[in-house]
Design a protein around this ligand. Structure first.
Ligand code: SF4
Length: 402
């Protein structure tokens, strides 16, 4: 097994660099490397921001195998990778340890590997967000020119420098509104609503910190893309033990973080209002939008409805073609195509598509329909357990009296 097989092209390039750098340093060629200023800069920048392409061109010809990581030279890297995921689980935020840029640099793809091996969607989302927060914290310390450069080079933003004062605050940047909306649409705070922003000629005024906050969303999506597909293969003991340790931390903290497993049985009463809306629409013969069908199907897949049941459910209430319906459901379930099991869109996306309807008090505390389902199911199950206890107590009292 090549370690590079489980990481995406950019991470592969990092690995190429790191291996070569490690080898170079092994032969004490530090002076030569220290003199190569741009390489050193790339190394540090790549360590700060795992998503940048800065170091990618430095070395070609990756050949690093998974077994190479068992070399004692990589121990620190394996540990730091485990620490990154642990920080994501416990603190919800990954720290930046830049004193040893190479260790920091390589620990990112290895942390990605740990997360995909654990293969829990909740962990993947939490890790992506924690890495994104790390980038946001670092970006806040950068000059605005640097923030602009990252936004343009890595996320193709149309952003320009054009200082002005708005309500006594200096706004140095202007971002094309389409780029703005892509990142800001998920924010609930009124200040991010487009109607509350100053917009001129299609550009929205921003402070540097606000731009960094919007980049956080891009980084979150970038990392999510890389951790969303679980992987499975055998590992050398040195790595397996670290994956096991991280998995243990995750299991111990899971319920505290609200990432408890979905119930084994489907609980209809726990469906969120948006999914009830989609379901009722389907049953009443209303023409459903693509987003409604995707949202509902991915929701049902994730709460564990068997494929056959879903196929008959759809074909019984609509005139959908059975084989096409089956193919589409299996695709969403990750059994066909790119083998990714899709999760339903977030509440923000469903809201944008007009599917978030009849919100209730639980809705105010969640940002994803599956979180709603998990929360409500837990409440229902707890109520049932309490009821069962009361009934048991009553029965034993009656028996005693008799
Ligand atoms: S807030 Fe979320 S869970 Fe509630 S109805 Fe809207 S989309 Fe569904």
């Amino acid at each position: 097994m090549y370690f590079c097989d489980i990481v995406k092209p950019r991470e592969r390039n990092y690995l190429k660099q790191v291996k070569t750098w490690h080898q170079s340093r092994d032969i004490n060629d530090k002076a030569c490397h220290a003199s190569n200023y741009s390489e050193m800069m790339s190394e540090r920048e790549a360590a700060k921001y795992p998503f940048i392409q800065a170091g990618v061109k430095l070395v070609e010809g990756l050949n690093l195998q998974l077994d190479d990581l068992t070399d004692p030279n990589y121990r620190k890297v394996l540990d730091r990778a485990a620490e990154r995921v642990t920080e994501a689980i416990i603190q919800g935020e990954v720290s930046a340890k830049l004193a040893e840029p190479l260790t920091e640099l390589l620990s990112y793809p290895i942390a990605v590997m740990y997360v995909t091996l654990i293969g829990e969607q909740f962990l993947s989302r939490r890790f992506a967000l924690a890495e994104a927060v790390r980038s946001y914290n670092l970006l806040q310390q950068e000059y605005e020119d640097k923030i602009m450069q990252i936004a343009e080079d890595e996320f193709s933003w149309n952003i320009v420098k054009d200082p002005e004062y708005i309500d006594g605050t200096q706004h140095n940047l202007k971002l094309r509104f389409s780029d703005y909306l892509r990142s800001a649409s998920g924010f609930h705070e009124p200040k991010w609503k487009l109607v509350n922003r100053k917009m001129e000629d299609g550009f929205v005024s921003l402070t540097g910190i606000e731009a960094a906050r919007l980049i956080q969303v891009e980084v979150d999506n970038w990392v999510k893309e890389r951790v969303s597909t679980p992987s499975k293969f055998s590992l050398p003991q040195e790595i397996q033990s670290r994956v096991d340790a991280v998995r243990k931390v995750f299991e111990e903290n899971r319920s505290k973080l609200g990432g408890s497993r979905l119930p084994e049985e489907i609980i209809n009463e726990a469906f969120p209002p948006c999914m009830i809306y989609c379901l009722e629409g389907l049953l009443s013969g209303r023409r459903a939008s693509h987003m409604e069908r995707f949202g509902l199907t991915s929701f049902l897949v994730n709460i564990g409805m068997p494929i056959d049941q879903m196929v008959s459910f759809y074909t019984d209430v609509t005139d959908f073609d059975e084989s096409l319906t089956r193919y589409q459901i299996e695709h969403i379930a990750g059994l066909k195509g790119n083998r990714t099991r899709y999760t339903p869109p977030t509440c923000a996306t469903l809201r944008t598509h007009g599917i978030c309807r009849n919100m209730d008090s639980i809705c105010k505390t969640v940002s994803h329909p599956l979180s709603y389902y998990r929360k409500k199911a837990w409440r229902i199950q707890r109520r049932e357990k309490e009821k069962a206890k009361e009934t048991q107590a009553e029965t034993s009292n009656t028996t005693k009296q008799e």
